[in-house]
Design a protein around this ligand. Structure first.
Ligand SMILES: [Zn+2]
Length: 299
């Protein structure tokens, strides 16, 4: 493709594309609510310090160009839920990353996680087809030398009981797109996540981050394209920077999703250990363990 063609590709507007919309039937809406309460695997979150994970769905090139470098400047890393079939295609989210760019993102320390190969709606294909498409994405990761994905995000947030059950065996964490209501628990089979979108949802995102200061927990954010004129599913680089500032201001630890999961699980194991061993004395000061202050009760 010559440069003129590339430019004209990048000049497409979101309105130039037919945007897929999952079923809005009453039945689909009801099922969408009910599935959140089925096949749950609840992780209680005990952390002294807020944890924030930034996730980017699909694989817009604007994330590679604008969002990841801004995170790297603060020595932070994020998670890309990549549908490899979108690489180098253009849709309402703009141009998508090349496979080489995906490799570079991995080499820079970002987590590359799964989002099916063809960006399938789990409720519009058979479970077999859905799984085969995930296998195809896995093979695409392997071909690029990327490690197997530990985490998966449901395209369009769409899921059903069967898919939730099967995928819970394949991944450590399955991410949804519904906003978190409960701050200290997360369903690992359909983890809530907060939209990081410019526009009407932006204030809610800032509020969710600020709320972590008084009630430390783990918040997963998600967005799509990060560019000057984003789609309705993305944000501007300016808004993205504002969110990075907010996260830094509350002193949060920023980790890719799977690393954050490991951190929360080790905090939990540590807290359990402390409880069961009947320590005495003051163990925590602020958010750090005072190693020299605790003694095991031998009596
Ligand atoms: Zn997606």
């Amino acid at each position: 493709m010559n440069s003129a063609a590339i430019n004209s590709t990048n000049n497409f507007q979101a309105s130039d594309f037919n945007i897929y919309n999952p079923s809005q039937s009453l039945r689909a809406k009801l099922d969408r609510r009910l599935v959140r309460y089925r096949k749950r695997e609840v992780l209680n979150i005990r952390t002294e310090k807020p944890i924030v994970s930034f996730s980017f769905d699909d694989c817009p090139q604007s994330v590679f160009l604008n969002a990841l470098p801004a995170m790297e400047e603060r020595n932070w890393r994020g998670t890309i839920y990549a549908a490899m079939g979108l690489c180098e295609t253009t849709n309402h989210l703009g141009r998508h990353m090349s496979r080489t760019e995906m490799q570079h993102a991995h080499q820079a320390g970002h987590e590359i996680a799964d989002h099916t190969y063809s960006h399938l709606d789990a409720n519009q294909v058979s479970l077999d087809e859905f799984q085969r498409d995930i296998d195809k994405n896995k093979a695409a990761f392997q071909a690029l030398g990327l490690p197997p994905a530990r985490s998966f995000a449901y395209p369009y947030g769409e899921v059903n009981f069967a898919a939730k059950s099967v995928l819970s065996e394949r991944f450590d964490l399955l991410r949804g797109i519904h906003s978190p209501k409960q701050t200290h628990a997360l369903d690992l089979n359909q983890a809530a996540s907060q939209r990081l979108y410019s526009g009407a949802d932006f204030v809610a995102c800032r509020q969710a981050i600020r709320a972590l200061k008084s009630k430390p927990s783990w918040l997963i954010l998600f967005t799509h394209d990060v560019r000057k004129s984003p789609s309705e599913f993305g944000c501007t680089p300016k808004d993205f920077q504002a969110i990075l500032d907010d996260v830094e201001a509350i002193g949060a630890e920023v980790l890719p999703v799977s690393e954050a999961l490991d951190a929360v699980e080790s905090h939990n194991a540590f807290a359990e250990n402390l409880k069961s061993k009947n320590f005495k004395g003051e163990y925590f000061k602020g958010d750090t363990l005072q190693d020299n202050k605790w003694q095991e009760d031998q009596s």
